[in-house]
Design a protein around this ligand. Structure first.
Ligand code: ADP
Ligand code: MG
Length: 681
C-alpha cells in the first residue's frame, strides 16, 4: 500500500471510472486524497416540516403517505408528486421528468430528505430533494462534504472512493521541519486530511484546513521563489552599456512620456545595465502606453548590438505591433520584421536567414516564433505582450533562443499588488499608473432593454459624425438555454435597421484569418459598426472607435468589461461605453455601478476579486500558476504573508532545495507546477 498507487487499485475503479477521474487530474491514491471538499453541508440536526425555515437547505425525516403522477400516464413530462409527513405536518415532493423513479417510493417508507422547502399556493413543497432510505449507508448525518465533480461521477461515488482511501491517510507523514510545524502550530498532515474528508467536529475541520492551506501556499510560494532564484542566479546575462541611451528615440517621438512610463523605463534600464538577466513585468491599465516603454527597451538593446523579439498572443496583435514598430524604428535605421503564419516558404526562409545573420534587429510574431528553426544571431531581449496568454514554459522556450536574454513581460490585466507578487513571483514588477495627457475620460452609462431603440440611434448618430462603434454580445448564436441577444441576432437587427451603415460581425468560432481580415477592415475604416463576441478583448487599437455597447453586461466579469471598455477612448474624440443590463438583481446592479463609477483598472480588479475570487479570474494556465486545492489567494492573504517569509528563508539557505529536509518540499513543488517547472528543477 502506497500513496502513489494508481487509482485503479481501489475497488470499482476501472476503464470508464478511471478516465473520468483522470479528467479531474486524479491518477493516484494521493491525488484522490488531495482532492478536497469544496464546502460542507450541515446535516447535523433533523428539522420538522412545520417549523423548518423556507428556502434553506434542511434535513428532514419523513414517511411516505402517497404518490401520484400528474396528467396522462403517457405524458412523459408530467411531474411526479410524493406526499410525505412527519409528526408536525406534511409536504409534497416534486420531481420533473423523473417518472422512472416513481417505482422507488411506496406508502409507509421512511425517508431522509435534504433540500429546500418552498411554498406554492400555501402548500409546502420540496423540488428535487436529495432522498435516502432512512438509516441507509448513504444517509449521512453530520457535516457533509461536497466535492468538486465532473460529468459521470456523483457525490456519493466520490465519498465512497474517499472512504476506500481512508486507510492510506496514515501513510501521510509529517514532512515539514519541526520548527515550522511548532512555530505555526500546525496539526499533523494525516490528521488534517482525515478531518477534511470525514468531518466530525467543526474545530477539527478548521485545524485541518489551516494546515493544508499553509502547506499549499508554502509549496506555491517556495516554488515561485525557486524559479525566480534560478533565473536570477543563473549564469551571466546580457549586460548593456550605460553609454548607449535612448535620446535619439525620444527625440523622434511625437509625445512626451508620462511620469509612469518614465519610471517604468528607469527601472528597466537599471536592469538592462545589470549583469543579471532582467525579468520584469510591466503592469499598466489599458491605454497607459506600455508599447512605447517596450520600444525604449528594444531600442537600447539594438543600439548595444543585440536583437530583440516581441511575442504577441494573436496574429492580429502581432500585425498591429509591427506596424507601430516600423513607423517608429525605420526612420532610425532599425530593421523590424514580422514572422507571420501566412508567409510563403521562400519568404520565410529568407527572413529566418536574415534573422540568423543579425540583419533583422527586431522580430515580431505570435507563438510561432518559438519554433526550433527560428534562430537569432544574438538575442538580447524578449518582450511578451499580454502575457496572461502565455505560460511560463513558452516564455522560457523563447528565452532559450539566446544566452540569458533580458525578459520584459507586459500585461494589461490590472492585479492588486499583493496578488501580483504571488502570481508573478518569478518577476520584478513595474507599474505604469498614469494615462497619457489629454485623454478624455470615457463616459459610461447603464441602460436596460427598454432603451434599445435609443441606444441604436445614438450609435447611428456617432457613426454619421465620422466615428466607429463596437457592439459586444456574450453569445454567437441564439440559444434556448440562455435568453440573451446573440451577436448574430444583433448583427441582423442593425444591418436591416440602418441600410446606410456598414455592419460587420466577428466571433470566436471563425477561423483566425477570417477574424483578422474583418478586424483589419474595421481598423481601416471599411466597417462602421463591429458586432462581436469577446474576441476583440485584448489589445486592438482603433482610435476612431468611440462607442462601445455591451449587451447583457451582467454576463461578463468586471475585469473583462474593463478590458472591453478600454477599446474606446483611444483618440481625440469623446468616447462612450453603454452597458445594457439584462438583470436588475442586486448583485448585477452592484457590479454595473462599479463600472459606471470608476475607470481605474486596479479598483475594478480589486472589486472583481472580492465578488468572484481569484480562481475564476486567474485560471490555471493563464499565468502558469497552478490550480490550488484548498487555499484561496484572496481569502488566505494572512497565511500567504506568513508563508512568504518562511519560503524566502528556505530558498536563501538552500537555493537548490537539495538538503534532505527539503526533498519532500521539492517533490511537492514539482507535482504542483507540473511541466511549467520541469525546465528548472
Ligand atoms: P497599452 O498600454 O494599452 O498597450 P498602447 O501602448 O497601445 O497602450 O498605447 C495606447 C495609445 O496611447 C497609443 O496610440 C500610443 O501611441 C499612445 N500613447 C502612449 N504613450 C503616450 C504618451 N505618453 N502620450 C500620448 N500618447 C501616448
Ligand atoms: Mg498593448
Amino acid at each position: 500500500m502506497n500513496l502513489s498507487d494508481p487509482i485503479t487499485s481501489l475497488k470499482g475503479v476501472g476503464g470508464k471510472r478511471k478516465e473520468i477521474l483522470e479528467r479531474m487530474n486524479i491518477r493516484t491514491v494521493r491525488d484522490l486524497i488531495y482532492t478536497f471538499p469544496r464546502k460542507y453541508e450541515d446535516r447535523r440536526t433533523v428539522s420538522a416540516i412545520m417549523t423548518a425555515p423556507f428556502d434553506e437547505e434542511v434535513l428532514l425525516e419523513v414517511v411516505v403517505v402517497s404518490k401520484k403522477l400528474q396528467g396522462s400516464p403517457y405524458n412523459k413530462k408530467a411531474p411526479l408528486k410524493v406526499l410525505v409527513e412527519d409528526s408536525t405536518g406534511n409536504l409534497e415532493l416534486v420531481f420533473f421528468n423523473a417518472r422512472y423513479i416513481a417505482g422507488y417510493f411506496y406508502q409507509g417508507q421512511e425517508l431522509t430528505l435534504y433540500g429546500k422547502i418552498t411554498l406554492n399556493n400555501g402548500r409546502r413543497q420540496m423540488i428535487h430533494p436529495e432522498f435516502h432510505k432512512t438509516g441507509d449507508k448513504d444517509d449521512i448525518r453530520g457535516l457533509f462534504p461536497v466535492y468538486p465533480l465532473t460529468e459521470g461521477i456523483s457525490q456519493n461515488q466520490m465519498r465512497s472512493l474517499e472512504l476506500q482511501a481512508l486507510p492510506y491517510h496514515g501513510l501521510i507523514t509529517e514532512w515539514l521541519p519541526p520548527d515550522i510545524v511548532d512555530d505555526n502550530r500546525l496539526c499533523p498532515p494525516s490528521y488534517a486530511v482525515t478531518n477534511i474528508h470525514f468531518p466530525k467536529e467543526e474545530r477539527r475541520v478548521l485545524e485541518g484546513r489551516y494546515r493544508l492551506i499553509f502547506e499549499e501556499l508554502l509549496i506555491l510560494q517556495t516554488g515561485l521563489f525557486y524559479i525566480k532564484k534560478g533565473i536570477k542566479s543563473g549564469e551571466k546575462g546580457v549586460k548593456l552599456s550605460s553609454k548607449e541611451g535612448v535620446r535619439e528615440f525620444l527625440d523622434n517621438m511625437k509625445f512626451e512620456l508620462t511620469s509612469g512610463q518614465k519610471r517604468a523605463f528607469e527601472e528597466i534600464e537599471h536592469d538592462l545595465e545589470d549583469q543579471r538577466p532582467m525579468n520584469r513585468l510591466v503592469q499598466g491599465d489599458v491605454g497607459s502606453g506600455k508599447t512605447v516603454v517596450s520600444e525604449l527597451a528594444m531600442f537600447k538593446t539594438v543600439k548595444c548590438g543585440y536583437q530583440a523579439v516581441m511575442m504577441a498572443p494573436t496574429e492580429l496583435l502581432a500585425k498591429q505591433h509591427i506596424a507601430t514598430l516600423k513607423k517608429d524604428f525605420e526612420p532610425l535605421g532599425v530593421r523590424c520584421e514580422l514572422l507571420s503564419g501566412s508567409m510563403k516558404a521562400k519568404e520565410r526562409r529568407e527572413l529566418l536567414e536574415d534573422l540568423k545573420t543579425g540583419a533583422i534587429q527586431i522580430l515580431v510574431g505570435t507563438h510561432a516564433i518559438i519554433q526550433p528553426d527560428v534562430e537569432f544571431h544574438d538575442l538580447g531581449l524578449v518582450v511578451t505582450d499580454e502575457q496572461h496568454r502565455f505560460g511560463v514554459n513558452q516564455r522560457n522556450l523563447l528565452v532559450g533562443k539566446g544566452k540569458n536574454p533580458n525578459v520584459l513581460v507586459m500585461t494589461a490585466t490590472p492585479i492588486p499588488r499583493t496578488l501580483a507578487v504571488i502570481l508573478f513571483g518569478d518577476l520584478d514588477i513595474s507599474i505604469i499608473d498614469t494615462l497619457p495627457k489629454g485623454r478624455k475620460p470615457i463616459r459610461t452609462f447603464l441602460r436596460y432593454e427598454e432603451s434599445r431603440g435609443k441606444i441604436y440611434d445614438f450609435v447611428h448618430d456617432k457613426v454619421k459624425a465620422g466615428n466607429q462603434a463596437y457592439v459586444v454580445a456574450p453569445l454567437i448564436e441564439e440559444s434556448d438555454a440562455i435568453k440573451v441577444r446573440s451577436a448574430d441576432e444583433i448583427h441582423k437587427e442593425l444591418s436591416s435597421r440602418y441600410s446606410d451603415l456598414r455592419v460587420g460581425l466577428v466571433h470566436g468560432a471563425m477561423k483566425q484569418a477570417e477574424k483578422d481580415a474583418i478586424m483589419l477592415d474595421f481598423k481601416d475604416g471599411k466597417i462602421d459598426i463591429l458586432v462581436s463576441t469577446v474576441v476583440i478583448e485584448v489589445g486592438i487599437d482603433v482610435p476612431n472607435a468611440t462607442v462601445m455597447v455591451i449587451e447583457n453586461c451582467e454576463r461578463f466579469g468586471l475585469a473583462q468589461l474593463h478590458q472591453l471598455r478600454g477599446r474606446v477612448g483611444r483618440g481625440k474624440d469623446q468616447s462612450y461605453c453603454i452597458l445594457i443590463s439584462g438583470s436588475k438583481a442586486e448583485i448585477a446592479e452592484q457590479r454595473n455601478n462599479i463600472m459606471v463609477s470608476t475607470s481605474d483598472g486596479f479598483v475594478i480588479a480589486e472589486e472583481d476579486l472580492k465578488l468572484r475570487g481569484p480562481g475564476e479570474i486567474f485560471g490555471t494556465r493563464q499565468h502558469g500558476i497552478p490550480e490550488l486545492g484548498v487555499a484561496d489567494l484572496v481569502k488566505n492573504v494572512d497565511v500567504l504573508n506568513k508563508v512568504r517569509g518562511i519560503a524566502e528563508d528556505i530558498i536563501d539557505k538552500d537555493p537548490k532545495l537539495g538538503e534532505p529536509e527539503n526533498l519532500e518540499l521539492k517533490e511537492r513543488i514539482k507535482h504542483m507546477f507540473g511541466e511549467n517547472i520541469s525546465l528548472q528543477l
